[in-house]
Design a protein around this ligand. Structure first.
Ligand code: AMP
Length: 290
């Protein structure tokens, strides 16, 4: 199947990206954009398909962004497999893969940052990865200025990130419409992630317990059980399965403010937890009472 799909042009330079995008725009075509760090799985491809539904042309970036990793994180061993990524992108007929070198994105002398507040200071991911969203904000602002897409698609898998980027795009008047897309999961519920390859067989067997606990908790909160009690039990369940929990919390789905009661607003359950050396994140919506 991969061999029959036309190959996807690979571009490494900003000048060439701009030339290609300008040609499409001159023809009146809308540009969709999907930023990724590569090691593409079906979740990423579903974002490409979402972009395709909203735009005539879809650009996918593959860039493992050093500035969003802390020194103790997995930048060095993050999976890199550009050839396989290009094959996968061909299957969903992406129009262009933009894979700049680190020096193209951060030439010597690079010294500018983006300060993100609001959802970036929700005391969730930011508590455990205090420099992460500043790195994400810079690279996403750069990528959106480089490709100048009409729409850019981000996964709800990284829910706090999606809200941070929405906020930044609004605050900095970036022209792209930010579109959120649902999380794709393995058959047993585990959210697809490039980092799932780090899991041992035993950890992979345990991993879906995180999603199971979120689903059970969301159902109970929807049914009217008190949030504090339900989340406490969910934490116990996840810890018993073998995870070390960073956070597992109910928050307001739009602001990420803490909520004590279901009536406090649309709720989202967000979790990060470690299995051995692998850190998994996941989140789900709490269905609103009908
Ligand atoms: P990453 O390459 O992990 O930085 O992710 C690139 C984009 O894909 C981000 O917008 C992620 O939220 C999104 N993404 C990652 N995993 C999934 C998934 N399982 N389903 C849908 N989107 C995802």
């Amino acid at each position: 199947m991969t061999s029959s799909a036309p190959s996807v042009p690979l571009v490494g330079s900003l000048a060439e990206l701009r030339r290609r995008v300008a040609d499409w725009r001159a023809r009146g075509e809308r540009i969709g954009f999907v930023p990724t760090m590569g090691a593409l799985h079906d979740g990423h491809l579903s974002l490409v398909e979402e972009a395709r539904r909203r735009a005539e042309r879809v650009v996918v970036s593959v860039f493992v962004n050093p500035t969003q990793f802390a020194a103790n994180e997995d930048f060095g061993r993050y999976p890199r497999m550009l050839e396989a990524d290009l094959d996968r992108l061909a299957r969903v007929a992406a129009d262009l893969c933009y894979a700049p070198a680190v020096e193209e994105m951060y030439p010597p002398g690079f010294s500018t940052g983006v300060t993100v507040g609001g959802p970036a200071e929700a005391d969730l991911e930011d508590r455990f990865r205090p420099t992460h969203f500043a790195g994400v904000a810079v690279v996403v602002a750069k990528l959106l200025n480089q490709a100048e897409p009409d729409i850019a698609v981000f996964g709800e898998k990284d829910y706090q990130q999606l809200l941070v980027i929405r906020r930044m795009a609004r605050d900095l008047d970036l022209r792209a419409e930010i579109v959120g897309a649902p999380t794709l999961r393995e058959a047993d519920g585990l959210a697809m992630s490039s980092r799932n390859v780090y899991l041992s067989d035993e950890e992979r067997r345990v991993a879906p317990a995180l999603h199971r606990a979120l689903v059970a908790a969301a159902g109970r909160i929807s049914a009217g059980e008190p949030i504090g009690h339900v989340m406490g039990e969910a934490r116990e369940e996840v810890a018993t399965a073998g995870f070390a929990i960073d956070y597992l919390e109910a928050r307001h789905a739009l602001t990420l403010a803490r909520i004590a009661r279901r009536q406090d607003g649309p709720a989202r359950l967000l979790a990060a937890a470690r299995l051995g050396a692998t850190r998994l994140i996941d989140n789900i919506a709490v269905e609103e009472a009908r």
